[in-house]
Design a protein around this ligand. Structure first.
Ligand SMILES: Cc1cc2nc3c(=O)[nH]c(=O)nc-3n(C[C@H](O)[C@H](O)[C@H](O)COP(=O)(O)OP(=O)(O)OC[C@H]3O[C@@H](n4cnc5c(N)ncnc54)[C@H](O)[C@@H]3O)c2cc1C
Length: 465
C-alpha cells in the first residue's frame, strides 16, 4: 500500500537536505529504531535530518507524491512508541532544528525550534527571571516539539497546567507539504477553529511542528520541597484532598509507594529518607512572597499531622531539592534496570480514586503472576503503573499482557478515569481507544485525520489504524 524508498527517492531526498543528512546505513538507522517504550523496534528505511521548515515541506511533498510514510521524531523519549516508524518509510529527525530564536521580555513569550531540549529552554528563560512551568520528568532529554506532540505534563501540572496551556503560536508543515501558521504572540485569539488545541497532543499524526511560541510567567522567587512519610496510601490521599480543600494549590504533589522507593534506593545506591513508609508524598510549594509561602507551609504542616504523617523532611535549598527530585525522577530507570522488559501505563482518575485503583491494580497483576509498581502525580490523579516482566517466560508475558491491561483499563474507566494522562495513545494503546472514547468519537477523530492527511502518510499506525 505504501511505496518503498528506492534510489530515485533517496536522490530526491538528498537534493533537499544534503547527502550527510540522509542516513541509509543499517547501523546508523538502527539508532532511530527505538524510543523509550520497552520491547519495541522498527527500522526506518531512511532517516532524514532537515534543518528548516522549507526542507520539511519539500520532503513532505515528495512523500505525498510517492505515498511514503513519514514519522517525525524529537528526542525519542516517548513511552507509547509514537516516534517509531511502524510502517517503515522515512524517519524525520528534528535534531538539527534546535535554536531558541527569541525570548521576548515585553510580551513574556519565547519563540523556539522544536528540537530544543525542554530543560535547556527552561534554563535559558530562568536566567532572565522567567518561568516555563511544564516539567516532564524526562525534561533533561526530551524536546519541546515532542512535548507539544504528546501534550506532555509533569509534576507542576497541579498548579500550572500542562504544555498545551502555554502554546500560543505554531508553525506547522501539513502532510501535503503546505505550511500553516496558527496564533502567534497573542494571549487571546478566537479566529476560527482552535487548531493549536487540536495539534497539541496529536502525536505527530496531523502535522510537523517547526516553530513554537510559548507563554512565559515570572519566575517564583522561592520554593520549598517537603517529603512526608505515611503508614497508608489512603492517609496520603486524604491529606492531598484536605490541602486542596484549604485553598492551597501546591506546585507539585507526587506520590511514591514503598516498592517504588525501595527499588530506586537500591538502584541509586543511596539512603532515601523514610524508605520503609507505605507511601511518601513529595510536595513542592512556590511563591513570590515569603509571608504567603510560610502561611501555606504552616497550614500544610498541620494537615500532615492531623492525617497521620509521622515525619517530614524539608528541602529549602537547591542541592537538597535536587536530591529529593532525583529519587522521583529515577524511579522509571530503576525499574527498567530491574526488569528491562516492563509495561508502563499512565492512567488518570479523580484524585480520591487513587488508593482503591492501586489496590485493584496490585490484585489484578498478582492474580496473573506479575508485580506492579505505582507512583506518579497524585495532585492531578495521574498514576504510573509499571508492570514488571522480570524473569517470567517472554511468550507467557506477551500472551497475558493484553488481558491484564483490559482488566486494569476497565477498573480505570469504572472510576471515571482515562487510559492515558500524558504519554499518549501512540502505537501501544490504540487497541484500547474505542473502549475509552466510544466508536463515535474515534470515527470523528479518523475524519479529522483524513482532512489533514488524505493519503495517510504522516505517522501512520498511531492512535488508530
Ligand atoms: C524517564 C522518563 C520520564 C518521563 N516523564 C514524563 C512526564 O513526566 N510527563 C510526560 O508527559 N511524559 C514523560 N515522558 C515521556 C516523554 O518524555 C514525553 O512524551 C515527551 O514529550 C517526548 O518528547 P520527545 O522529544 O522525546 O518526543 P519523541 O519521543 O521523539 O516523539 C514523541 C511523539 O511526538 C512526535 N513528534 C516529535 N517531534 C515532533 C514535531 N516537531 N512535530 C510533530 N510531531 C512530533 C513523534 O512523532 C511522536 O509521536 C517520560 C519519558 C521518560 C523516558
Amino acid at each position: 500500500m505504501y511505496t518503498e524508498v528506492d534510489e530515485n527517492i533517496l536522490k530526491r531526498l538528498t537534493d533537499i537536505v544534503g547527502k550527510s543528512n540522509v542516513i541509509i546505513s543499517e547501523d546508523d538507522r538502527a539508532e532511530y529504531a527505538f524510543d523509550e517504550t520497552p520491547d519495541l523496534k522498527f527500522l526506518p528505511e531512511v532517516v532524514v535530518k532537515p534543518s528548516s521548515t522549507e526542507e520539511i515541506a519539500d520532503v513532505m511533498k515528495v512523500a505525498s507524491e510517492e505515498r511514503i510514510p513519514v514519522t517525525p521524531r524529537g528526542a525519542g523519549t516517548g513511552l507509547s512508541g509514537g516516534a517509531l516508524p511502524v510502517c517503515g518509510g522515512i524517519l524525520m529527525s528534528m535534531e538539527r532544528m534546535a535554536r531558541i530564536f527569541e525570548i521576548d521580555e515585553d510580551n513574556l513569550m519565547v519563540t523556539t525550534e522544536p528540537a530544543v531540549i525542554t530543560g535547556k529552554l527552561q534554563e535559558a528563560v530562568e536566567t532572565l527571571g522567567f518561568f516555563y512551568p511544564p516539567d516532564p520528568a524526562s525534561l533533561d532529554s526530551c524536546s519541546i516539539g515532542g512535548n507539544i506532540a504528546e501534550g506532555a505534563g509533569g509534576p507542576r501540572a497541579v498548579k500550572y497546567g500542562v504544555t498545551g496551556d502555554y502554546v500560543r503560536g505554531l508553525e506547522v508543515v501539513l502532510p501535503t507539504g503546505e505550511i500553516i501558521t496558527c496564533g502567534g504572540k497573542l494571549v487571546k485569539d478566537v479566529t476560527g477553529y482552535d487548531l493549536i488545541g487540536l495539534l497539541v497532543g496529536s502525536e505527530g499524526t496531523l502535522g510537523i511542528v517547526t516553530k513554537i511560541v510559548l507563554q512565559l510567567l515570572p519566575l517564583p522567587k522561592r520554593k520549598v520541597d517537603l517529603l512526608i512519610p505515611f503508614h497508608s496510601l489512603e492517609a496520603a490521599a486524604r491529606t492531598v484532598s484536605e490541602i486542596i480543600r484549604n485553598r492551597i494549590v501546591p506546585t507539585a504533589i507526587e506520590f511514591m509507594e514503598r516498592d517504588a522507593i525501595q527499588h530506586t534506593e537500591r538502584y541509586l545506591n543511596k539512603d532515601i529518607p523514610f524508605h520503609d513508609a507505605e507511601a511518601q508524598l513529595l510536595i513542592e510549594i512556590d511563591g513570590h512572597r515569603e509571608a504567603e509561602l510560610e502561611q501555606d507551609y504552616e497550614t500544610i504542616g498541620e494537615i500532615f499531622l492531623k492525617n497521620g504523617a509521622y515525619d517530614v523532611f524539608v528541602a529549602e535549598n537547591s542541592p537538597a531539592q535536587r536530591r529529593l527530585w532525583e529519587v522521583r525522577r529515577s524511579i522509571l530507570e530503576a525499574l527498567k534496570a530491574l526488569s528491562p522488559i516492563l509495561c508502563g501505563e499512565d492512567v488518570v482518575v479523580p484524585r480520591m480514586a487513587i488508593p482503591p485503583l492501586i489496590t485493584e491494580v496490585k490484585r489484578i497483576t498478582k492474580h496473573h503472576g506479575f508485580e506492579a509498581v505505582c507512583f506518579g502525580h497524585v495532585g492531578d490523579g495521574n498514576v504510573h503503573i509499571e508492570i514488571l516482566k522480570r524473569d517470567a517466560d517472554y511468550d507467557q508475558w506477551r500472551g497475558i499482557l493484553p488481558q491484564i491491561l483490559e482488566e486494569i483499563f476497565d477498573v480505570v474507566l469504572g472510576f471515571n478515569g482515562m487510559i492515558t494522562g500524558e504519554h499518549g495513545i501512540g502505537f501501544t494503546k490504540k487497541k484500547y481507544l474505542p473502549k475509552a472514547l466510544g466508536e463515535t468519537q474515534v470515527e470523528l477523530m479518523k475524519r479529522l485525520k483524513r482532512a489533514f492527511d488524505p493519503k495517510t502518510i504522516l505517522n501512520p499506525g498511531k492512535i488508530f489504524d
